[in-house]
Design a protein around this ligand. Sequence first.
Ligand SMILES: Cc1cc2nc3c(=O)[nH]c(=O)nc-3n(C[C@H](O)[C@H](O)[C@H](O)COP(=O)(O)O)c2cc1C
Length: 300
Amino acid sequence: MKKKKNTARILLLFWTAFIGFGAVAGSLGMLLDRSGHALGMDGMLPYFQVLPFADVLFRDFLFSGIALLLVNGVTNLLSFGLLLARKKIGIVLGTVFGVTLMLWICIQFYIFPANFLSTAYFIFGFLQTVCGYTAWVRYKQQRFRFDASKYCRIGKNPRALVVYFSREGYTEKAAYEEADKTGAEVYAVKTTEKIDGNLGFLWCGRFGTERKPMPIEKVSVDWKKYDAVTIFTPVWVFSLAAPVREFCKQASGKIKNVRLVCVHFTKGKYTGVRKECEALLQSNIDDYENRICRFGEIKK
Ligand SMILES: Cc1cc2nc3c(=O)[nH]c(=O)nc-3n(C[C@H](O)[C@H](O)[C@H](O)COP(=O)(O)O)c2cc1C
């Protein structure tokens, strides 16, 4: 399987560097001229008087400069360095420091009148947090591994078949685990459409929204050979994945003793998928199960 790109990690690198270096530069400006005159900030000091211990801490920009350096400067540069070193903790800290920046700006919202810079930096903090969370999800997905060669019991029971369709490999792994348990043979439904990457995702989404079957490679299964068939399908847009829809149409009236396993992200039961599958196959589904796949892990 192709390694997924972690674009969010690169964006997080940008945000931690941008906020970190910016905070260091700003704090140095405050520390080198504590009156704030050089940065044109001296007029802002009276606003700080609403804060606790203002008469001690906010007579000049010494405390603010140190706080900015520690809270937004050193922290973000630390996570920038850890991200460069490709450490997982860099992603976690980068996300946390995005939240920290938003909290910092909330204090500014409290003490200063509405202004463009505070609003812009609040949005930057939000974007940093979103990039951090996405990078973390991507990181977990990248660690997902599927190795078909480790399933050695597959095919030992030639009367049972596991059919699956999989775009990203999660349903494939769940199907192989099942076949390895029961000794069933395995059949992969393959689409002729381009479904890889972000564009592929959108293309699948279109089929999902329109509830359309997606063209697949010709189904080459001798159904008479099997006493029991288990179908593993991902859920697309709350319904049956479009290639499995086409598969069910082609297998209509040919399969007996069907079991259905739905693999999806959310915790829904997706009973509609079962109904659609039954209608297309013109056969009762004897047993129905859900598997949740999240961040590179599959759970029952
Ligand atoms: C186009 C599309 C639509 C999806 N819609 C849903 C959905 O409505 N609910 C859900 O829980 N997961 C949804 N997912 C997530 C998939 O169910 C999940 O990624 C899938 O089980 C992964 O299987 P695969 O790796 O075998 O492709 C969707 C995925 C795609 C590609």
